[in-house]
Write a protein that binds this ligand. Structure first.
Ligand SMILES: [Zn+2]
Length: 313
């Protein structure tokens, strides 16, 4: 029932793409589990990186891609949220101040080291050491790359996680969205809030009127991706309302309704986790409050025919 791909396909390497002068997206195909995007900005004294990668090898490849463009050290590393695909590689930036929302630090430490079994197919994580942000903020900071101001803003409420920030560069109308936006992959709200994400996208992201968006996963895109993600979220919310009223469990609801018009998005088993979060929203559970994540992830494996979820990182 899950969309996706064979377990051992060879993915194309990550690629640095200059989206505006001195602003690069680093896009890693195919954007599925733990294969994320990052971004970096060139300054006269150093590089600002937004996010790291998941495995040691992927982060080393990312650093090589930066080094091929700039001889300067990465002096600033901003984490958009705590998920390991964006933070496990932090320890490979020894020259950087690592910055994130207060809860990024707390959640990196709470999650701990990477693991695969029994949820994901086996992955070589390398010699990961946890390196949470050591400069934290609660609302917003501005990072300057020479004269270019980059506003790093907490989403203000649980959305993809409890600690999402987005990076907005007003002078260039470039948005680095973290996992508030997926392009071609199934959005994943298990650890945040469906309602919260809809509110953040409608009230904070759309009004920016970004021209260029670097999503957390998938190709560089324009603002049309916001409506695509909103469409998926509203689909999840509508089937959750119907199934919840009908007494179906989230897993049964996922099997009954499927991903509908969104079945082609990668990693469609996330529907199960998203329905659990939608049910929690309906039940009045505070947004972002922990639910039984190991049990929900195990149900995603069940939805996937009992097979571990494909991780190509
Ligand atoms: Zn994430």
């Amino acid at each position: 029932m899950s969309s996706g791909h064979p377990d051992h396909v060879a993915l194309a390497p990550g690629k640095a793409i200059e989206v505006s002068e001195g602003i690069f997206a680093y896009i890693q195909p195919d954007g599925s589990w733990f294969v994320n995007n990052t971004a970096f900005l060139l300054g006269s004294q150093g590089v600002v990186s937004i996010d790291a990668c998941s495995t040691e090898q992927r982060t080393r490849d990312y650093l090589d891609a930066i080094a091929a463009i700039s001889p300067k050290p990465v002096r600033t590393l901003i984490n958009t949220h705590h998920h390991g695909d964006h933070t496990f590689g932090n320890y490979l930036f020894p020259t950087a101040a690592v910055i994130g929302h207060d809860n990024v630090r707390a959640e990196v430490l709470a999650h701990g080291m990477p693991f695969s079994a029994p949820i994901w197919t086996e992955t070589d994580w390398g010699g990961v050491r946890l390196e949470p942000p050591f400069i934290t903020f609660s609302d917003e900071i501005t990072v300057h790359s020479d004269d270019l101001a980059c506003q790093v803003t907490y989403a203000g409420q649980p959305a993809h996680t409890t600690n999402d920030s987005y990076v907005w560069i007003p002078e260039r109308k470039v948005l680095i969205a973290g996992d508030l936006l997926f392009n071609g992959g199934t959005p994943f709200l298990m650890a945040g809030s469906i309602d919260g994400t809809i509110s953040v996208l409608e009230e904070r992201i759309k009004p920016l009127v970004a021209e260029t968006i670097i999503p957390g996963h998938g190709a560089v895109c324009g603002p049309e991706v916001v409506d695509e993600v909103l469409g998926y979220l509203k689909y999840v919310r509508s089937i959750a309302a119907e199934a919840h009223a009908g007494g179906l469990t989230p897993l049964l609801a996922a099997r009954e309704f499927g991903a509908g018009p969104y079945a082609e998005l990668l990693d469609s088993e996330r529907l199960v986790g998203n329905l659990h979060r939608a049910y929690a929203d309906l039940d009045g559970t505070p947004p972002g409050a922990p639910i039984d994540y190991p049990a929900v992830l195990a149900e995603m494996v069940a939805y996937n025919g009992g097979k571990p979820l494909t991780c190509l990182a």
